[in-house]
Design a binder for this molecule. Structure first.
Ligand code: ZN
Length: 368
């Protein structure tokens, strides 16, 4: 296992952000650079991981495994790469992988595959085919390129150390990846299938992601005679109904509160106080504007999980109807809604069929 992993992170990333170094931007809860460091470490395939950076100070603030070293980069990518090779020479590496920090989404499987092929080849490079049509411009004339013959090279790229070292010493021109030198020299290269998700992050827009929030809702109403029972917007035949300023639908009230909670918009009482205006209001009318507002603000609901707490009626008998009704009221798919029935061992008001309670958790995602 005489393998070494080099992460190039010295680029200026002008296209990304004026001030912020791209590799330190938070992506999937971690700095972009840390994805590559962690993956190469976790693969257990490398004696050393070398990060080439122009911001050594930043890394001093953090704690890394002893296997990870940091050196200052050069002006161009090829300068940084050569600096790394010169630094590593004393360890007499057999294989070396060169990787761009801007590709945090490669898999360990890809790394293993690259190293496996180094047994038979001097250079192994992942590529993917073009999904777009490609044109090529020479002077002012455009040519169509056959997409099937166009492919994009990714990193990590794997080489026998001595080959890359010798060739890099002789290389004078600016290059954007190491395999370029091998191609220019007509060396035999093994191309292997790369990964669609292993994209290079170039623009801030590439990684602006959605945010997910959770909300919790709870409600309880007394059961009284001579009132209709509504649960989840469904009229249910029962000896009593739920007392309240509205129709007392505990499920819809708990859903409404959960959504308001997830979006930090206080509670149902703020929007529907116990005033004359809302006397005997049906609960779907309360939920509707809250849902409309939610969708207007670019949120979408991932799922609803509902606990209906009562001795009677039996939830299993009405589950499908209630879920169908909620799905219509919320514009959700039925498979995004779960309804559980919970009894309370005949304890307390709920156990004596004098009240029904409900709790709901909702998960919502905001898309920019
Ligand atoms: Zn209520």
């Amino acid at each position: 296992m005489n393998n070494y992993f080099v992460i190039l992170a010295a680029g200026k990333s002008k296209r990304f952000h004026k001030k912020l170094d791209k590799q330190f931007y938070i992506y999937k809860n971690r700095e972009i650079i840390d994805h590559s460091i962690d993956k190469s470490l976790n693969s257990k395939l490398f004696k050393k991981i070398l990060v080439v950076t122009n911001n050594l100070k930043h890394f001093k603030k953090k704690k890394y495994s002893k296997k990870v070293s940091f050196i200052k980069g050069g002006k161009e990518r090829s300068d940084s790469s050569l600096k790394a090779l010169k630094y590593l020479k004393k360890y007499k590496p057999m294989n070396i992988l060169i990787h761009d920090a801007a590709r945090p989404d490669f898999s360990i499987k890809l790394v293993k595959n690259l190293i496996k092929h180094l047994k038979n080849y001097r250079a192994v490079v992942p590529y993917i085919n073009s999904r777009d049509s490609v044109k090529y411009k020479i002077k002012n004339e455009l040519f169509n390129l056959d997409r099937d013959h166009v492919f994009f090279t990714q990193t990590p790229q794997a080489f026998r150390f001595n080959d890359l070292y010798e060739l890099s010493l002789q290389q004078k021109n600016k290059i954007t990846d190491e395999v370029t030198i091998f191609i220019n020299r007509n060396y035999k290269i093994k191309f292997i299938q790369g990964e669609e998700k292993n994209n290079k992050i170039t623009y801030l827009n590439d990684i602006i992601t959605s945010k997910t929030y959770f909300g919790i809702g709870f409600d309880i109403h007394r059961l009284i005679k001579n009132k209709k029972l509504y649960l989840g917007g469904v009229k249910i035949p029962f000896h009593s109904g739920l007392k309240g300023h509205s129709d007392g639908d505990v499920i819809l009230h708990a859903i409404t509160d959960a959504i308001l909670g997830a979006t930090k918009k206080k509670d149902i009482g703020t929007y529907f106080p116990n005033t004359k205006k809302y006397k005997n209001i049906r609960s779907p009318k309360m939920l509707k504007p809250i849902i409309e507002n939610l969708y207007k603000s670019n949120f979408s609901i991932n799922n609803l999980d509902i606990n209906l707490i009562c001795e009677q009626p039996k939830v299993s008998k009405y589950r499908d109807k209630i879920i169908n009704s909620i799905s219509k009221l919320t514009n959700l798919n039925e498979n995004q809604i779960n309804l559980k029935g919970k009894t309370v061992e005949k304890l307390g008001l709920i156990g004596k069929e004098k009240a029904i309670a409900c709790e709901v958790i909702v998960s919502i995602t905001k898309y920019d």
